[in-house]
Design a protein around this ligand. Structure first.
Ligand SMILES: Nc1ncnc2c1ncn2[C@@H]1O[C@H](COP(=O)(O)OP(=O)(O)OP(=O)(O)O)[C@@H](O)[C@H]1O
Length: 803
């Protein structure tokens, strides 16, 4: 079995790993030089010639100097074969690796060099036979590759190139090819069918070679013979791979150097010998130059002989080269042998740069392209069924998507039309409302809130600009559809409701204390206050909400709103109660004013010389009464942040109250007054009043009374505002609940319903609600401010007159 040839380690220097088809393509390698010494031939034996050389080991040959005439010297080579070595051994150790490199795309050259009759032809025949045998064995064992062998043969006879396979072609020219180097024109290249065919062709070459008889050799080769075996190989299965290995194996049998004195040549032989020696001299020069520094050392005279031109790649070029130097052991040829060994010594220093040669075979390329064309044509004629079905399903999917989008577009168009019609109705309603506003708003109409999709009559332009801003903020906060936010809003409203009740109760209790402590008013007044207290407490009871109810999540929103709806009457009744309180205050004021005019009251007042509110309690009163809207009040802070539902700022009373400091309500302007009042609290009043400046005190108490009454009135007004706000926010929540229900229904019946139109419609509805509610509150504020004004002014004037 023949494997891929391996280069002996001793031969590889500065050589990177070589992998055909991969890795480094170039490997530097010295020429493999071996020496084969033949036995003494019959002629030498007949002459009793002596053996002058001794192969001391496989690498060393030593001149034995039998006559001791010259100093013994030794030569070392890659391999030295003694006369007993077989040609197979010479092939195995000195040529096989290089020869089989041609199977892996590396050029290889094996040639024999030596004097005439040294055994070159004998050795090269054996090498060629073994190489052919191994090559075909390798091909046999490498079925994955397809090998193509071609044989060409030439001889250089008297410096002319002759085709050994076609002698009739005459002298062949040498051409220089930029890629291939020197090529022989019109050299026949025979495709080798098999090993036998190869042997046959080689036999033809042998037969065609110039051979002549000389004094030293009966069949002396008179020419240099070059048998060139071109090996191309490619992978069989990989049709995509169009590259192939291509290499040449040169088997060169040189003509032997000869001495005319020894060969006794004349005439033709002398001429032949002259040409032989000249070409061999050129070869020696080339080898010597290559060995002494390579191509860098200067000009290499390849072109000085056809032999060196043809073998240029093998001498320091792209090839692996093995030189077998044949020598005669005879003492009579010692000088020729020394020359051969000197040549061999130089040759072993020559470095070649072999690389794997890969080509793209035209034939393979055409074949590959034809296959590809046929495959594509077949694919075009019969498209794959899987791709067709895939395309069909894709088409259906797209069709469905288009239909779905069309449906969505229809739905959007429908919603757009609805929104347009609603907007149109709203515009009309605004126009109608504008007309109504010009004639004067109807309190009945504006107090009605609309929370459905119907257009709402009401003019946003009729309300104060600042208030619109406040309500738009409120609307934004309450239009959130987040259930948890809505529930949170409900809770805040309920908390404020409780606060209102508590504050009202506190205020009325203080008022009751003030009145009862000074025994102010008559029985009716006391009853009125008691009624007020009862009503406030009743109000608290109505608005009280269990505090342990936690703020629910979105799932509880519905329950929360249901509960809030059920409290609608509660808020309405709360509003009524507040109105009752307002009335009670009015009654109280009127009763006080009436009481002032009764003789009993005048007498009582004269006796006691006191006024309805003491300075001390007046301070407490104002603190308590002002608490809900005082800057220091926590509830006031909440209202500022969250509600902004204040009385219109053009309300004179509220405005003045909010800008006054608590100290401004202390009526006494002097320290004397304060001392008098203070001393009056701890001593009998009848004694103290004699020393008081009655007029001053009257003005002082009149002012105090005015402030307290203003505070009460403003506070009740504020309570009404808040109740109205609660009503408004409750209605907003109910509205949101309805909107949520509608949205859910839309989502259920049409999951792909676009949200943009829904949100726009909802936004427009809420805007209408906000407008109506604002208008209602504005009217309420105006009503409240006007309702108590007359009575209070009258009461104040009466107090001052009384004082
Ligand atoms: N190693 C060897 N063992 C036995 N006989 C050999 C050996 N080498 C050569 N001979 C014999 O020596 C004779 C000359 O050999 P060969 O023709 O091969 O020499 P050559 O170098 O080719 O000579 P030339 O250069 O003249 O052609 C032949 O008869 C051959 O059989």
């Amino acid at each position: 079995m023949v494997g891929t040839p391996a280069t002996p380690l001793c031969k590889v220097q500065r050589t990177p790993a070589m992998t055909p088809g991969g890795g480094p393509k170039v490997r530097e390698e010295k020429i493999l030089v071996t020496v084969r010494m033949r036995p003494l031939n019959q002629r030498e034996q007949a002459m009793y010639d002596l053996i002058a050389w001794d192969c001391v080991d496989d690498h060393t040959i030593v001149f034995k100097n039998p006559n001791h005439e010259r100093p013994a010297n030794q030569y070392s080579f890659d391999r030295v074969f003694d006369p007993s070595s077989s040609t197979r051994k010479v092939y195995e150790d000195g040529a096989k690796d290089v020869a089989l490199s041609a199977l892996t795309g590396i050029n290889a050259t094996i040639f024999a060099y030596g004097q005439t009759s040294s055994g070159k032809t004998f050795t090269m025949r054996g090498i060629t036979e073994n190489a052919v045998k191994d090559i075909y064995e390798h091909i046999k064992n490498t079925q994955e590759r397809e090998f193509v062998l071609k044989l060409s043969a030439m001889e250089i006879y008297n410096e002319t190139v002759v085709d050994l396979l076609n002698r009739d072609s005459g002298c062949l020219r040498l051409l220089d090819d930029p890629e291939k180097g020197t090529i022989v024109e019109k050299l026949v290249e025979e495709v080798v069918k098999d090993s036998q065919h190869l042997k046959h062709l080689i036999g033809i070459c042998e037969a065609q070679r110039q051979v002549g008889e000389t004094a030293l050799n009966d069949k002396s080769s008179r020419s240099h013979q070059i048998i060139r075996l071109t090996i191309e190989s490619s992978l069989r299965e990989n049709a995509e791979c169009v590259k192939s290995f291509l290499a040449s194996l040169n088997l060169v049998d040189l003509a032997g150097s000869e001495r005319v004195s020894q060969t006794n040549a004349d005439g033709v032989r002398l001429k032949e010998g002259s040409h032989i020696n000249r070409s061999l001299l050129t070869l020696t020069t080339v080898i010597r130059k290559l060995s002494s520094g390579g191509k860098k050392s200067g000009h290499i005279p390849y072109r000085d002989s056809k032999l060196t031109r043809i073998l240029q790649n093998s001498l320091g070029g792209n090839a692996r080269t093995a030189i077998i130097c044949t020598i005669s052991p005879a003492l009579s040829h010692v000088e020729q042998t020394r020359n051969t060994l000197t040549f061999a010594t130089s040759a072993k220093e020559v470095i070649n740069n072999a690389h794997v040669n890969m080509i793209i075979s035209d034939k393979r390329l055409v074949k590959h392209l034809q296959k590809e064309v046929a495959r594509l044509e077949a694919k075009l004629r019969t498209p794959e069924p899987t791709s067709a079905s895939c395309l069909q399903s894709l088409l259906m999917e797209k069709e469905l998507k288009i239909q779905e989008m069309e449906r969505e577009m229809e739905e959007l168009k429908r919603q757009r039309d609805i929104a347009h019609s609603q907007l149109e109705q709203e515009r009309k309603a605004r126009k109608v409302q504008k007309g109504l506003n010009q004639r004067g708003p109807s309190s009945k109409g504006v107090r009605c809130l609309f929370f459905d999709s119907e257009p709402v009559p009401g003019s946003p332009d009729a309300r104060p600009r600042k208030t619109v801003g406040r309500y738009s903020t409120l609307r934004q906060s309450t239009t959130s559809t987040d259930p948890s936010t809505l529930v949170h809003e409900i809770r805040k409203l309920e908390q404020r409701q409780r606060q209102l009740g508590e504050e009202a109760n506190r205020a009325l209790e203080v008022l009751h204390k003030e009145v009862s402590s000074h025994r102010l008013g008559n029985k009716e007044t006391a009853e009125a206050i008691a009624k007020m207290l009862f009503e406030i407490k009743d109000m608290q009871a109505i608005s009280s909400i269990p505090e342990d109810v936690m703020i629910g999540n979105g799932a509880n929103l519905k329950e929360e709103i249901t509960r809030l709806n059920s409290q609608g009457c509660t808020i309405e009744s709360l509003e009524k109660k507040l109105e009752n309180v307002q009335k009670s205050i009015d009654i109280l004021v009127s009763s006080i004013s009436n009481g002032e005019e009764t003789p009993e009251f005048k007498t009582q007042m004269k006796k006691k010389k006191i006024l309805p509110f003491t300075l001390k309690n007046s301070t407490n009163m104002q603190n308590i009464i002002r608490a809900p809207c005082s800057p220091l009040s926590s509830s006031h802070k909440i209202m500022e942040q969250d509600i902004e539902n204040k009385a219109p700022e053009d309300n004179e009373n509220v405005s003045s109250r909010s800008h006054k400091s608590p100290g401004s309500f202390k009526t006494p302007p002097s320290k004397a007054d304060a001392r008098q009042v203070s001393s009056r609290e701890g001593t009998p009043s009848t004694k103290q009043t004699n020393s008081v400046d009655v007029k001053k005190m009257q003005r002082m108490f009149k002012n105090a009374a005015e402030e307290n009454i203003r505070s009460i009135r403003a506070y009740v007004t504020e309570l009404k505002e808040r109740v109205a706000k609660l009503q408004y926010q409750k209605q907003l929540l109910v509205c949101q609940q309805r909107s949520l229900k509608q949205m859910m229904q839309k989502v259920i019946f049409n999951p792909r319903c676009h949200g943009t139109w829904c949100s726009r419609i909802k936004g427009s509805r809420l805007s209408c609600y906000g407008t109506c509610a604002m208008f209602q509150l504005y009217i309420e504020h105006s009503f409240i401010c006007c309702s108590g004004e007359t009575q209070l002014i009258r009461y104040i004037w009466k107090l001052s007159l009384e004082g």
